[in-house]
Design a protein around this ligand. Structure first.
Ligand SMILES: [Zn+2]
Length: 181
């Protein structure tokens, strides 16, 4: 127990290390110019984050897709990008949007889609019984927002069509971590 404060400090430094991360360093040398315009999809990226209301974990899977215009991101960099934003105090909706916005900013694709499915311990541990502790959020930009066939193709690849309504556009902040007081 004596060393617990030190261990906790160290753990929280790591769990919030995303604040110090430089996206351009993370993506360094991994943006490539290509002649490829099919959907790129990276599924089932594990992530762990902390909700900013209770400092309790929420964690699950993140799925990222984009349609390149001239550039792609090295595939191994996508999970690193997810980690940068997950290792901050977050709400799930903002985390989802930040990943999508960053992909858009860095490679200006024709479209970006990010879906995150997560369990929130601040709900399940505190016995917030009327709320499901499982939340799905999505951010659909460009072709994924404007073209329902593109969006459906992506959601079919994830087999998530039933959970995400076709009208799902950018979620408003503050929905995932409910029951805070
Ligand atoms: Zn919370």
């Amino acid at each position: 127990m004596l060393n617990t404060p030190k261990r906790v400090e160290k753990a929280f430094k790591f769990l919030t290390s995303g604040y110090d991360a430089d996206i351009d360093v993370v993506l360094n040398n991994a943006l490539f110019t290509v002649d490829y315009s099919e959907m790129v999809i990276v599924k089932d990226i594990d992530f762990y984050s902390l909700c900013e209301h209770h400092l309790l974990p929420f964690f699950g899977k993140c799925h990222v897709a984009y349609i390149p215009s001239t550039k792609v991101i090295g595939l191994s960099k996508i999970p690193r990008l997810v980690d940068v934003f997950a290792r901050r105090l977050q709400v799930q909706e903002r985390l989802t949007n930040q990943i999508a916005d960053t992909v858009r900013e860095k490679i200006a694709p024709l479209g970006v889609a990010v879906v995150m499915e997560a369990t929130h311990l601040c709900m399940s541990m505190r016995g917030v019984e009327k709320q499901n502790s499982f939340a799905v959020t999505s951010a659909m930009l460009g072709a994924f927002r404007d073209n329902s066939r593109t969006r459906m193709e992506f959601l079919e690849l994830l087999r998530l069509r039933s959970v995400i309504p076709a009208t799902s556009v950018r979620p408003s902040a503050g929905l995932a971590c409910v029951g805070e007081d």
